[in-house]
Design a protein around this ligand. Structure first.
Ligand SMILES: [Zn+2]
Length: 227
């Protein structure tokens, strides 16, 4: 569901944009577009419990080892990391890291989320080899340097982006046969199976056009709402 998460991030970001702007007061179109990109990356986070999944090889052996560890701790695929508790934990964790560790945390997180976004949006060669994750690392490092000039020490929107990305992922997974344990640690499994295992039709005919429309809407918004 990597691409769906990325595709859903943009329209959701547009819908919540006025609210977040009301809270922080000074967001420009650049914040919105880059925030959306990072949200797309965060939409892969819950699958950190899946050593055979998309996210596992994003940073080569480092992320693979991490995924195995998270999988072991969280009790296997689609358990603890596919719950509201996880969404709250990553959003709060981002806020806490920003406030207590500061800029290095923010930049580190930006690097990691960019790496995930590169993978989610298929901007790197396919596969799990060094060619794929080498490209991801190079692109994410370049992106982080670019963002370093622009991003503040404690971006108000970053915890929102991270939480939102994880939430979008859960919604996507709930639409499949297997569902999610949204209320983990309770055993209840939430599922509204309208997508089959591959989910290709929905992605091709509904979510991808939504993504394109969302991008156009952002461009239109930024052109017509110039201060
Ligand atoms: Zn998942």
């Amino acid at each position: 569901m990597a691409w769906s998460g990325a595709a859903a991030a943009l329209p959701v970001a547009i819908l919540t944009y006025p609210t977040i702007q009301g809270v922080s007061g000074h967001l420009g179109p650049v914040d919105l577009i880059l925030g959306t990109f990072l949200t797309a990356g965060a939409a892969l986070l819950p699958d950190a419990d899946h050593p055979e999944g998309t996210i596992a090889h994003v940073l080569g052996p480092v992320s693979y080892t991490l995924c195995k560890l998270i999988s072991w701790i969280s009790g296997g695929h689609r358990h603890a990391t596919h719950s509201f508790a996880f969404v709250a934990a990553v959003a709060y964790g981002t806020w806490a890291g920003e406030h207590w560790i500061g800029r290095w945390f923010t930049l580190g997180l930006v690097f990691f989320l960019l790496a995930l976004a590169v993978r989610a949006l298929h901007l790197c060669p396919p596969g799990d080899g060094v060619k794929a994750w080498g490209t991801i690392v190079v692109l994410a490092v370049a992106g982080t340097f670019a963002m370093d000039h622009w991003i503040s020490d404690k971006p108000v929107w970053l915890p929102f982006s991270v939480g939102l990305g994880a939430l979008v992922h859960l919604v996507g997974d709930c639409l499949t046969d297997r569902g999610c344990r949204l209320f983990w640690p309770f055993k209840l499994r939430t599922r509204v199976p309208i997508i089959d295992r591959t989910g290709n039709k929905l992605e091709t005919w509904v979510l991808s056009p939504l993504f394109v429309l969302g991008t156009l809407a952002v461009l239109w918004y930024s052109l017509t709402h110039q201060p």
